[in-house]
Design a protein around this ligand. Structure first.
Ligand code: ZN
Length: 248
């Protein structure tokens, strides 16, 4: 994604404009926010990764470093001389670095060429996706190992505190409601997102089970988070705890 910033984007430079010196375009607030999110607030040099959340003189210590410089006279300026000033100020062309790494790459541009800096950006994006995104796997065994801990955690809560037909224990009921909100509902959301992202590993019967589970999870959340106790809810579908267990 490229959060192209300008409201008035003049498009690629004309041949005549290419001979004029570049105006230095400002890095917009949108691009600044995007970079902070992309980097997770850590220096995008993969061997540094310094936390940039320290505030000095009212601003973060993060610095914005151009890969292709803002003007052709800057470090790495011989690369892509036709690039216009707005593309140079685009978040795609900027790394968020600590002050030390920013100085280092601009003082020795031959040691830190464009290709290397673009790799840093990609590595940083991958690291964020791995930390916060939903992982996908190529094998059922790996996927099973991932969801097993979530299913087990939910099963343990249910065994210890779940409702027992024909009996009512006030303390147990209170703990159950508390743990449904804190453990079961968030785990269910992760399980659904994970299985949707890994649908390529599921058999037809498992896809049908997943649909039932989604409905069950939605209704459970509706009862416990929205207080909608009137509607009857679908029970945890039989066999869902064995999801991805058998070889297909
Ligand atoms: Zn750094």
């Amino acid at each position: 994604m490229s959060p192209r910033q300008s409201d008035a984007n003049p498009g690629p430079r004309s041949a005549a404009a290419a001979n004029q010196p570049l105006k230095r375009a400002t890095i917009t607030q949108t691009a600044r926010k995007y970079l902070l999110s992309e980097s997770g607030g850590h220096c995008q040099n993969p061997v540094c990764r310094r936390d940039l959340h320290a505030i000095v003189d009212g601003d973060l210590v993060a610095e914005r470093a151009h890969i292709i410089p803002a003007s052709t006279g800057g470090p790495r300026g011989d690369h892509e001389p036709q690039m216009d000033e707005l593309d140079r100020a685009d978040a795609d062309n900027i790394l968020l670095l600590c002050p030390t790494c920013h100085t280092m790459i601009d003082r020795a541009p031959n040691d830190f060429p464009v290709e290397l800096l673009r790799d840093w950006k990609r590595i940083s994006q991958d690291a964020r996706a791995a930390a916060f995104g939903t992982p996908t796997f190529d094998s059922r065994d790996e996927a099973r190992a991932y969801i097993a801990r979530l299913l087990d955690a939910n099963a343990q809560v249910f065994r210890a505190y779940g409702p027992i037909e024909g009996s009512h224990d006030e303390d147990r009921a209170w703990l159950w409601k508390d743990l449904v909100k804190r453990t079961i509902i968030p785990n269910n959301a992760t399980i659904v997102a994970f299985l949707q992202a890994n649908r390529h590993l599921l058999g037809a019967d498992e896809i049908a089970l997943l649909s039932q589970f989604e409905l069950h999870a939605q209704q459970l959340a509706d009862r416990h988070l929205n207080g909608n106790w009137a509607a009857a809810t679908l029970r945890f579908p039989d066999g869902f705890d064995k999801m991805l267990e058998d070889p297909q």
